[in-house]
Design a protein around this ligand. Sequence first.
Ligand SMILES: *[C@@H]1O[C@H](CO)[C@@H](O)[C@H](O)[C@H]1NC(C)=O
Length: 217
Amino acid sequence: MHFSLRYIFLIQAFSLLTSCEKSEIEEEKIKIEVVHVPSVCTQKSKRGDLVNAHYDGFLATDLSKFYCSRSERDGHPKWFVLGVGQVIKGLDIALMDMCPGEKRKVVIPPSLAYGEQGYVLDKIPPNATLIFEIELYGISKGPRSVEAFQQIDMNNDNQLSKEEISHYLTEEFRKDGKQRAPSEHGRILTDIFKKNDHNNDGIISAKEYNVYRHDEL
Ligand SMILES: *[C@@H]1O[C@H](CO)[C@@H](O)[C@H](O)[C@H]1NC(C)=O
């Protein structure tokens, strides 16, 4: 099974775009323009998938760029679980049914973005319509799946030790081909345990790992 960067979910790498006003009114529609479709499409994104994408965000009023995922995280595309509110609602919708390699330009109404409040941190004014240029790189099975757990759990003792997760990180880092300092490896490992090892016993149990299971579907 293709095993992708699930550790990103472990460390809960929520983006700037996480905060999302859940709007009951969804009369305003998203406009999706497909800019490029690859000739071969082996799978399409669906809710619960772990997707890897770059997206740049612009304000519709003056086309100024307020967000560029390419300049975040050393240019690594962003990983997130699709359709569960890790990004604004409009992006959760805009990235559905997309092939890896596909590019879209989408226009998201405020009710599916930051609403009447806007988002000060990203300098998004109230009632802002947003435009995103999206490129989807990869799709994989959602995180926190039984398969993901079993793959990290090399000795099958139904819990994840520091060694197992460290090994997993090493393998994942190797896959994306970018050099990382040992200190970064250590920092991520520490962060994973800080956020997942709730009883601080140095082990992530199946129960602790599955905290977000309800987010899947
Ligand atoms: C945002 O839109 C709502 C609904 O149309 C309106 O009541 C409100 O005054 C607007 N806010 C601003 C700051 O324009």
